[in-house]
Write a protein that binds this ligand. Structure first.
Ligand SMILES: *Cc1c(COP(=O)(O)O)cnc(C)c1O
Length: 235
């Protein structure tokens, strides 16, 4: 292992311990939580080091970065997650590369994904991104529009909704974030009770470097971690 991979592996080990402890506090099993390493801050070399360190789920927020890294790392068994805004004109090229499209933020994007997945002949797993705090500076669907998309998803043939994604309003205020995570989980519970056949809301993608323990305690099944995994590594 090169030096960067060694350091990342140590960061991952510590983070996994903290995830396991947070899960235990909530009476959950640690393997209910998937760690997605967000590589948007780091170079291709450091991204390759993260794979060497055992990170197989990787996320990018800009489609162009996902395209170029996925192409360069095509020989590795990576599951790519798209976590940022995706314009509809980038759906065609992004779709074959992603394991989970986490940031569906409009009915038009949901429909465009279904149309293109039908053209490409394979289903696509997605999360609906919710602006759970209502903060105008945050991305995602307004809370009161999510139910409509869940119903719309029941009509689609290739899109498989798997859950919700969200982020807390107050970065740097981990306990304040807890209220946003609890609200996202409660929204999920409400919508799941009325979800159409074929639509699952089992996944909750929430928690970043500053607040992932609170997110796991509040029910996260996916945490998206960037900076904490790359501490001490030159980008
Ligand atoms: C950048 C980003 C992350 C990771 O942020 P860190 O604080 O570095 O862990 C997680 N989710 C989304 C949507 C992001 O854009």
């Amino acid at each position: 292992m090169n030096a960067a991979a060694g350091r990342i592996a140590e960061n991952v080990r510590q983070v996994r311990e903290r995830i396991a402890a947070a899960a235990a506090r909530a009476g959950r099993a640690p393997n209910e939580v998937t760690l997605v390493a967000i590589t948007k801050y780091v170079s291709l070399d450091v991204t390759a080091a993260a794979i060497e360190a055992g990170c197989m789920d990787l996320g990018e927020s800009r489609p162009q970065d996902l395209w170029s890294k996925a192409a360069a790392l095509a020989q590795r068994p990576v599951r790519w997650h798209m976590i940022g805004h995706l314009q509809r004109n980038k759906v065609r090229r992004t779709l074959p590369l992603v394991h989970l499209m986490q940031s569906v933020d409009s009915p038009r994007l949901l429909q465009a994904l279904d149309d293109e997945a039908a053209r490409q002949g394979h289903p696509v797993d997605v999360l609906l991104e919710v602006n759970v705090s209502g903060d105008a500076s945050k991305t995602g669907l307004p809370v009161d529009e999510v139910g409509t998309l869940v119903q719309q998803a029941g009509q689609l043939k290739q899109v498989r909704v798997r859950g919700l994604m969200g982020m807390a309003a107050r970065e740097g205020d981990a306990e304040g974030a807890r209220a946003d995570f609890a609200a996202l989980r409660q929204l999920r519970d409400r919508l799941a009770a009325a979800a159409p056949p074929g639509v699952s809301l089992a996944e909750l993608s929430m928690g970043m470097s500053g607040d992932f323990e609170q997110a796991v305690e509040e029910g996260a099944t996916i945490v998206r971690l960037g900076s904490i995994l790359f501490e001490g590594v030159d980008a």
